[in-house]
Design a protein around this ligand. Structure first.
Ligand code: NAD
Length: 437
């Protein structure tokens, strides 16, 4: 199969490289010339484990190419995937479809033969219908069809997720589109990945429902963590106790500073806007959005409480900035409101993240950055773990405590055990694990 992938970000680049690895011929297209230049030079524009080697291997095999020239890139393709961003529109939280529609219009004008246009971007219900209207307006070749194939990969484990998905969802309205997508994903059937064929609207909504459900799960355990703190129970054990129940499952039951990232915050909002337009209440998701916003905003208060009520004049060391480990993605990261509030309240902040510091500099107020984890503790009144990177799990707490001024550890990811921190002479604050539990 010959595939064009429009948008070479976290989803487009990983999907394109994996499709090439399946044996397809893939052209990845992006309008950002600096990304394409970097990729042509063998440099990855994003930080994703395993990606560089995968891209390199498939470029060498002649199956993966990069270009900014959309017209040339889509020629001869049987499927054109759209994997451009769909950020929350400023002001109302609607999914901003400007990039999607611009890309589709460009494709429609450039097509010389019919293709299957596949939205991999997360798009609201009905977007496929609007794309079909654009194709008609632009007089795209007859027989061009539109399918929805939402992506469920997680940053940080994107390649493994793409190659071993729990399921593949394909929403299509014609047999040709289904055949093309079945053929593209055929290598995964050998791995027994279930493929679910649905209508286009159903596929579009499935993606939002999945993300909204996961957001509910996270917010649920976060609120249970608050209750644990108040009543002297340990949320880690509660999570294990409920997660072993097959009906519940252990995943997404890790309490923390609130969910962030490039998907859950914007997708929950977009789901609410879709529901509003349809005149249907979504009280659970609506509450979760509010609960999560308040949770993120309250994290600086936890640090202040740990320091006796105020962070003014204090030096705070922050470990981890990315919204989760193994990515450099800072979109809607919980570290952003935390660091901003600490600075606003008169603290000075020094931070370290193994991958996200370059991205962080663009979105955080001016702070100091450290070259390694231990350095953020030096002279700090408190150390705050915000992202559970593997390398923060095995810190030498004895050594770190000795370099600190305040010896307070605020562990927003429950990485450490209270005993360990206290043995190192630290005062330890976790999520949902009160003293004595
Ligand atoms: P991204 O911002 O990393 O990448 C989007 C890319 O599209 C950018 O490089 C941009 O330059 C390019 N682009 C925009 N308009 C273009 C055009 N007209 N022609 C060519 N290139 C164009 O975004 P992402 O994180 O990869 O997300 C893409 C979509 O996938 C979104 O809808 C997102 O919700 C969805 N998604 C993301 C993830 C994730 O973990 N990041 C997971 C599942 C689904």
């Amino acid at each position: 199969m010959r595939i064009a992938m429009i948008g070479t970000g976290y989803v487009g680049l990983v999907s394109g490289a994996c499709f090439a690895d399946f044996g397809h011929d893939v052209v990845c297209i992006d309008k950002d010339g600096s990304k394409i230049d970097a990729l042509k030079a063998g440099r990855m524009p994003i930080w994703e484990p395993g990606l560089e080697a995968l891209v390199k291997a498939n470029v060498e095999r002649g199956r993966l190419e990069f270009t900014t020239d959309l017209k040339a890139g889509i020629q001869g393709a049987e499927a054109v995937f759209i994997a451009v961003g769909t950020p929350a529109r400023r002001g109302d939280g609607h999914a901003d479809l400007t990039f999607v529609f611009a890309a589709v219009r460009e494709v429609a004008q450039a097509l010389e033969a019919p293709v299957v246009i596949v939205t991999k971007s997360t798009v609201p219900v009905g977007t496929g219908d609007k794309i079909a209207e654009i194709l008609a307006e632009e007089k795209a070749p007859k027989g061009t069809s539109v399918a929805s194939n939402p992506e469920f990969l997680r940053e940080g484990a994107a390649i493994a997720d793409f190659k071993h998905p729990d399921r593949i969802v394909v929403g299509a309205e014609d047999e040709h589109a289904r055949d093309v997508l079945r053929e593209i994903y055929r290598p995964l059937f050998l791995n027994k990945a279930p493929i679910l064929f649905t209508g286009r609207r159903t596929a579009e909504l499935t993606k939002y429902a999945a993300n909204a459900f996961l957001a509910v799960k996270i917010s649920f355990i976060n609120e249970i963590a608050d209750l644990c703190e108040a009543v002297g129970a340990d949320v880690q054990e509660v999570a294990r106790g409920i997660g072993l129940d097959n009906r519940i499952g252990p995943k997404f039951l890790h309490p923390g500073p609130g969910y962030g990232g490039s998907c859950f915050p914007k997708d929950t909002l977009a789901l609410l806007r879709t529901a509003e337009e349809a005149g249907v209440l979504q009280r659970i998701v609506s509450t979760v959005v509010d609960v999560n916003d308040k949770r993120k905003a309250s994290m600086a208060g936890r640090v202040a409480d740990a320091l006796g009520g105020s962070v003014a004049g204090k030096r705070i060391g922050v470990l981890g900035l990315a919204f989760k480990p193994n990515t450099d993605d800072m979109r809607d990261a919980p570290s952003i409101p935390l660091v901003q509030a600490l600075i606003d309240q008169g603290a000075s902040v020094i931070a370290y993240d193994p991958a996200a510091m370059e991205q962080a500099e663009r979105v955080l107020p001016p702070i100091e950055y450290a070259a390694r984890a231990q350095q953020v503790a030096e002279g700090a009144d408190a150390l705050v773990i915000v992202t559970e990177w593997e390398e923060f799990r095995g810190l030498d707490l004895d050594r770190i405590a000795k370099t600190m001024r305040g010896r307070v550890l605020v562990d927003l990811r429950n990485v450490y055990e209270r005993d360990e921190a206290e043995r190192a002479g630290m005062t330890y604050f976790a999520i949902g694990r009160p003293a004595g539990s």
